[in-house]
Structure formats: C-alpha cells, structure tokens
Design a protein around this ligand. Structure first.
Ligand SMILES: [Zn+2]
Length: 468
C-alpha cells in the first residue's frame, strides 16, 4: 500500500469538492477546456485517433464518430498513447494479477468480466487511477460519509473478488489503516455473509442491488443485525421495490451509484435522493438514441456516450455504453451543477425480443417485468428467456401466492405488448444463480439473437459491464 496514493486521493478530493458549488457556466467552461486538452493529447499520441478523427480535429464533439468496445479492443495497441503497451502482454499481466501490481510498473489494469461478449481492458496511469479512486470517494461523500485521514470508516463490501475487477483493484490500492474493510464474495453462501457482517458491524455497506435486497430481507427478518450509517448499491438496476425494502431495513440512508470499469464512478446520489448526479466535471455525457441523436430529459436513451476528460493512456472520446438512462427534467435542491439521472432501466442487452402476434418482432423492456415481479413477496427473482418461452425463478418466497397466477399475469402483460409467448414456467429456487462476477441479473436470455438487424438496437452486441 502506497501512502503517497492515499495522500494524492485526498488532495484530489480537495480539488473536486468546490466543484459541487460551481455554476452551470463554470462547469461548461471547464468541460470545454478539458475536452480541448484531451483531444490535443489524443491527436498527438494516438495513431488510432489520428486516423479516426482525420479531418475532424476541429469539429464539435457531437460530430465525432462513436467508439465502441469492439473497436477499442480491435485497435488497442494503436489507440493507447504509450507505444510500450501491447494488449497481448497486458493479458498475460492480468492473468497473473494477485494484488496491487502495475503493468510495466506504472499502469493499473482493469477489465470487465466479459460474461457476455468480449472483456474490455482498461489501463490507468497514476494520475488517472487517483481520479478513479477519488470518484468513488466522492460518491461516498455525496452519501454523507466524509472521507479523510482523521476518521476510519468500517466498511463492508459484498462483490466480485476477481483480481482484475475494478472494485477489487480499487480496494487493493485503498485498503489500509485509512479504510478498514472486509470484502465478501457475493458468491459466498448467504448465511456465511450474514454471520460475517453481523460480526464486523460495518458503518458503510456496499453491495450489488440484488445482494442488498437479500440482506435487507435478512435484516427485516432479524437474522442480520447491523446499523450502517450508509448503504451503497451499484452495478445493477435498483428497482423501486428493492429500494423500498432497503429503506425499510435501514432507513433513508440508501445511496445508489453508477460506475463503470472504463473510468470509475460516473454518477451518485446525494442526500436529497432525487436521482444520481452525473460527474460531469470528469466525464462529458451524451444520452442518445440508437442513431446517436440526443434525447431530451424525461426520455430514456438507448445508450450513453462518455468522453472521459482525464483519460490519457487510453483516451475515451464518445465511447459507447449500452446503458439506457433517463435524465431528470427537474433540478435537485442541493444546487449541484451536475445533471441528474433519475432512472436507469438497464442495458440494451436486457431487452427481450419475442415474435409478434401480428408478425415481426416485438421488443420488451425490462421495466415491464420489474413492475410485476417487484410486487412479489420474494428475496430475489430472475426472468430467463429460453427458446420455448420464459422461465421465471423466485427465491426466498414468503407468504402466499399462486405461481399459476403469476404466469398468467406475465403472459397477459406480454400479450398486451403484442408478443406471442408460448409458455411461462415459474420455478422456486434456493437462490438466484449468479454470474462469474457475482451479479444476479434480473433479466437474462439463453436465446441467440438471430433477428433481422433492423430489429436489434444498433449497440445490441456491444456489452458493457459496470465494474464496481
Ligand atoms: Zn442532489
């Protein structure tokens, strides 16, 4: 553990804090300056961007081509700005990773778990890594947990423990007397997690939304007895019902955050709970439709384009994330200059496709399922699309309800969308199966998407996974 890193993160926090009180004009002026610096650097040092933006060096941001993860991985060695970086060697480094080691002695390497699609690999130099760490610390501060050297916060994180995963890497750097933390693998049995959390008594609890819902149920049932000052969820869609239960268990101290392996924390909730503030001083966000046209506040975009202002090793300019987010049309009383995201309805990959009763293909958004499933007295649920219909998994069922009734409700809701559903099968299971990263997606599909191209959102094959 490098104390210099901790001190640098604290210095970065001091630099970031005043920005909460910027005006929108100050923020936009900062973005314009930082974008100019980023593009200048990319054009000077990245052969890939020299080519991709040829003739567009002075064009406005929204006229530049979009960068997908597939493009980034295909042209990795030309995109990075240090010619000593070779993807093949980075991969070897990753496979040997056990702690806080750096590639070439100077780059922290993170990767998405690649449970669907190819993993994305992201390198951070020291300054970039400090910004990543500061972005997570800032999310805590917006949740009322002050980060400084005079107060040690007992933290518990239930997440993936894969060495290349961002939350593990952040922890490997930050773990110290400064931030005493236990990390539990989300794949551990529930009873063991409950026991260890009760023994540790964390002041701050961090977990994926699906895991937090299970823990909230354990708390409500009296099996888990902890009193955290703040609980943070991330990486998965936080449904209304999951939020309600967590608040019931621990009070109004739930703060959702939105993070990505590409750059750290992207957005976080403040004490007013009006949604998540985008960290627009670190990243320029564009909420767009499938043709990369901007959508208005109050409307869900098909994807999110991010321009990471501090990225130098691996510049990210109009990089595509397949998250469908909605900007709030209303301001937050906090007076932050940062725009609010009031809802994330998941990734384009969470949209399921069905044959239409009137021919063609019908796309069904995750919200249709969560509105119904969320009302059930269960700890966890998952909708799995199979070739012959839907399999609905329920875990931790309390109280009475008819599985047949649930199946009929889902069939009817789908029929109202014009979808032809051959079969809905409800199964009660001990626990919802988790991905390699320990997540339990609400919606998943085992059907290959052999649909006409025009029916599949343009980013449908590009998979992004929030990393922390
Ligand atoms: Zn706010």
């Amino acid at each position: 553990m490098d104390i210099q890193i901790v001190l640098s993160v604290l210095a970065e926090m001091r630099r970031l804090r005043p920005r909460d009180h910027w005006t929108r004009q100050q923020l936009e002026a900062h973005q314009a300056d930082a974008l100019r610096d980023l593009r200048g650097y990319a054009y000077a040092h990245s052969p890939f961007y020299q080519q991709l933006h040829q003739g567009l060096y002075n064009a406005p941001l929204h006229e530049l081509p979009v960068l997908t993860k597939a493009m980034l991985m295909e042209h990795f060695d030309e995109l990075v700005t240090d010619r000593a970086i070779r993807l093949e060697e980075v991969k070897i480094h990753m496979s040997n990773l056990t702690g806080d080691e750096r590639f070439l002695g100077r780059y922290w390497v993170n990767a998405t778990s690649g449970s669907s699609g190819h993993p994305g690999v992201f390198l951070f130099n020291r300054a970039e890594w400090i910004t990543v760490l500061a972005s997570f610390a800032r999310a805590r501060e917006w949740g009322g947990v002050r980060v400084d050297l005079t107060y040690r916060i007992k933290t518990a994180t239930v997440a993936s423990t894969a060495a290349f995963h961002m939350s593990t890497r952040v922890n490997a750097t930050a773990h110290s007397w400064w931030m005493p933390e236990i990390r539990l693998a989300a794949s551990e049995p529930k009873d063991s997690i409950v026991k260890r959390l009760s023994a540790w008594q964390p002041e701050v609890l961090i977990a994926y939304a699906s895991m937090m819902r299970i823990l909230a149920d354990e708390q409500l049932a009296g099996r888990l007895q902890i009193t955290p000052r703040a609980v943070f969820t991330s990486s998965e869609v936080l449904t209304e019902e999951t939020r309600r239960r967590i608040v019931q268990a621990w009070g109004e101290r739930l703060f959702n955050q939105y993070a990505a392996t590409e750059c750290g924390s992207l957005a976080a909730e403040c004490e007013h709970h009006r949604g998540m503030h985008l960290m627009e001083d670190l990243v320029i966000f564009e909420v767009v439709d499938r043709d990369n046209r901007p959508v208005s506040p109050g409307v869900y975009g098909d994807k999110l384009l991010i321009t990471v202002l501090g990225s130098r090793t691996q510049p990210l300019i109009r990089y595509e994330l397949s998250d469908s987010v909605r900007l709030s049309p209303d301001p937050c009383p906090s007076g932050h200059p940062f725009a609010l995201v009031d809802a994330i309805q998941g990734r384009v990959e969470d949209v399921l496709f069905f044959q239409g009763t009137a021919g063609g293909v019908v796309s069904v958004h995750p919200l249709l399922f969560s509105r119904i499933m969320d009302m059930l007295p269960v700890s966890g649920w998952q909708v799995v699309q199979e070739a012959d219909g839907l399999r609905v998994l329920l875990s931790g069922v309390r109280g009475e309800f008819e599985d047949d009734m649930l199946a009929a409700t889902l069939r009817q809701a789908l029929a109202e969308q014009g979808a032809n559903v051959p079969r809905v099968e409800v199964q009660r299971v001990a626990s919802i199966p988790k991905t390699a990263a320990g997540k339990a997606p609400l919606i998943t599909s085992n059907v290959s998407r052999s649909l006409p191209v025009s029916d599949v959102p343009s980013s449908g094959r590009s998979v992004k996974e929030a990393g922390a």
